[in-house]
Each structure stands twice: as C-alpha cells, then as structure tokens.
Design a binder for this molecule. Structure first.
Ligand code: NAD
Length: 354
C-alpha cells in the first residue's frame, strides 16, 4: 500500500507506526482529522493477515470516527489505533499496554485512546499509568465500559427508524440481534423491557443461552441471523456483514445496530438496501453513544448533558432519513451531514483568523 497516497485520498492528517522492542508491541495510530478538536478513538488489538490489512483497518476506522464525532455534535476530531497481534488469542500484557500508553502520550493529547475490540478496562488502566490521554478505564472520571451507552444510542436510533415509518411501539415487533456481547446484551435487555420479541445468534453458546433464559429470545444459527424473519435487524458483532451476497435474503424492514462498518461497501450496499426498501440507520450515527459518553466526559460535560447528547441520536438519525431524498442512501446523507459540519467549522476558523 502506498501510505502517502492513501492518506491523501482519505484526508488523513497523521499516521504513525511504533515498535517497542522490549514488550514486542507493534502498533499504528491514525489521526484522520483534528478540524473539530483533538480526537478520541478506541485501540483495537487484532491479529491481522498482513501489515496492509492493519493499515487499511486503522485508516477506515479513524475516518469513521471523524464522521461519528461530527454528527454527534462533539467538538472532537477522528482517530483510531490498532495493535498488531502475533497470534489470534495473544494474551494482553501490562508491558505492552504501558508501551501503548507511552505511544499515545507522544501525541500530546491530539489523540485520546479508549476501548475497542480486544481492549478492556484493565488494558485501559495499564495504558493510563503512562498517559492522561486515555478514557474508558476504572479511574475517577474515566467513564468505564462504554457499551451500555452505545446500546442506549442504538436503541434511540431504532426509535428514529420506527418514527420514520410511522410507528412508535416495540411491543409486537421482532428484533434480530447478531452478536449478544457487551453492546448486544444491553440492547437485548432494553428491547425486552419495551416489549419486543428477540431473535439472537452468537458464536458463544453461553451468551445465546443467557438471552434465551432471561428474555425468552429465540436462538438461530450464526448463518441464519441476517435473513431472519424480523422487523429490525441489529448487527452487533463484526463489520462487513451486509453485502451483495446476502442483501436479497434480508427480511427485516429496518437495520440498526452497533457494529462499525456493517456494510461491505458503504455506498454501494446502502444504495442497494434503499432500493430493496430496507431502512438503514447508518452505523456511525446510531453507535455513537459510547463515544459521546467518553468524549463528553473528557470535554467536561455534565451527566445530564451527556444523556441529552445520547438522546439526540434519535433526532440526528431522523434528520438523516429526511435528508436522504437528496442523496443516494441514508449512509451517503450521513457522510454529507458530517462533512457539512466540518466545512462550516473550518470556514468559521478561517473567518476568525482573517
Ligand atoms: P463484544 O466482543 O463484546 O461482542 C461481540 C459479540 O459478537 C461477541 O459475543 C461475539 O461472540 C459475537 N460474534 C462474533 N462473531 C460473530 C458471528 N459471526 N455471528 C454472531 N456473533 C458473533 O463487542 P461489543 O463491545 O459488544 O461491540 C460489538 C460491535 O459494536 C463491534 O463491532 C464494535 O466495534 C462495535 N461498537 C462497540 C462499541 C462499544 O461501546 N463497545 C461502540 C461502538 C461500536
């Protein structure tokens, strides 16, 4: 991959690669944009097939964070980091986490790290031993696990979907959740409390059994969940789960879930969903609750202000649906909304500077 070319095309400001020989840490931090402020984005620990695959992942994810923060109304830019594991189940160590903390610290606050796949509160706490620029740990004001806040945001996104199609009640509806891990399980609880029927799938049988036992969910196979008979499909496991191979099998009327980069190809697949009459709540809009919680705390917002901002996901999602008449898809409208906010902020700064 030609990094400079990729950065230029995607609009990245800074991409740094780091190797710590003592701990064996190999990591990349990508800052996509600081136009709206310093940038908070999770640290992902993952075993990639190649260095290029890791680079592509961090470039895609960091740009997504810029759009997510902009649409969430946060004065935050977009960034993300990845740690390249030597094997899929490599055990996290304090030495590697602290080396990552020092790498994060070298950005002097332009980049603020947090949890992502493979990074839990313990790992964040270790990073926090080396830098103040990390959120999501157990320390005072660190915000802890963002998953419940992400789930609440997805729930608000679903409420927007319902309002857009002229409905308001979850009672009598069926929601299919792919992946009942941290976010999916919180979402399942909320939906059950609001009277929805649940269909669930997960590669971990224990997680499925818990949902069946607690909420009377119907379990289906991991290869059946995307095409399950339901009103709303909530992808809450991995990215790239909806594409040309399965779009025609989708029976849901709406898609709204937590996973990042749910569509194999953002533009193409969002347009295909629209053509099929499936309402797609753009992932980076509806899954912003965790970011709002952690970034909001970092920026000094009070708990009521944080809650109000997460609730705003409903009105932002609705606004995007309304704007979609002028765009190819809801995903396209969401990106346009983010770019508009960034451009407005840039021109305001230029006016002040002038
Ligand atoms: P998690 O790892 O706790 O849960 C993911 C679940 O998906 C696990 O239970 C896993 O077993 C299951 N899974 C994996 N592959 C699957 C498959 N093929 N079919 C069915 N289930 C499968 O992760 P999480 O924190 O709940 O996050 C879920 C998704 O939401 C991720 O894509 C993450 O990037 C995204 N997200 C999370 C947050 C957050 O606050 N945690 C915020 C924004 C976005």
């Amino acid at each position: 991959m030609n990094l400079i070319e990729e950065m230029t095309t995607r609009g990245h400001e800074r991409v740094c690669v780091h190797h710590d020989p003592d701990s064996g840490l190999r990591a990349i931090i990508a800052v996509h944009s600081t136009a709206l402020g310093n940038a908070l984005g999770g640290t992902r620990r993952w075993h990639y097939d190649s260095y290029d695959a890791a680079l592509l992942d961090v470039l895609r994810l960091s740009r997504g964070m810029t759009y997510k923060a902009a649409c969430a109304g946060l004065d935050m830019g977009g960034a993300k980091s990845v740690i390249l594991l030597d094997s899929p189940r490599q055990t996290p160590t304090e030495a590697q986490a602290r080396a990552m903390g020092r790498f994060v610290d070298s950005f002097n606050g332009d980049y603020i790290a947090a949890e992502d796949v493979g990074v839990n509160e313990q790992f964040v706490d270790w990073m926090a031993m080396e830098t103040d620029h990390v959120m999501g740990g157990t320390g005072e004001g660190q915000g802890g696990d963002p998953s419940p806040h992400t789930a609440l945001g997805v729930f608000r996104g679903m409420q927007a979907c319902l309002r857009h199609v002229g409905e308001s009640q979850f009672a009598g509806l069926t929601v299919a959740i792919q992946g009942v891990g941290s976010v999916g399980a919180h979402l399942a609880r909320m939906l059950h409390e609001h009277g929805a029927e649940l269909v669930v799938a997960d590669i971990h049988q224990n997680s499925v059994d818990e949902m069946v036992g607690k909420y009377g969910a119907r379990a289906v196979g991991t290869d059946e969940i995307i095409g399950a008979e339901c009103d709303i499909l909530a992808p809450c496991a991995l990215g790239a789960v909806i594409g040309p191979d399965n779009i025609d099998s989708i029976r849901a009327r709406m898609i709204c879930g937590a996973a990042n980069n749910q569509l194999v190809d953002h533009d193409r697949d969002a347009a295909a969903l629209r053509k099929r009459g499936v309402l797609y709540g753009p992932d980076f809009i509806v899954n912003a609750g965790g970011l709002i919680h952690l970034a909001g705390l970092y920026l000094g917002l009070t708990p009521p202000q944080l809650e109000a901002k997460i609730d705003d996901i409903e009105s932002t999602t609705l606004r995007i649906f309304e704007l979609t008449d002028q765009h190819e898809s809801t995903a396209h409208a969401a990106v346009a909304l983010a770019e508009e906010r960034i451009a407005t902020e840039r021109s305001r700064e230029e006016t002040h500077a002038g």
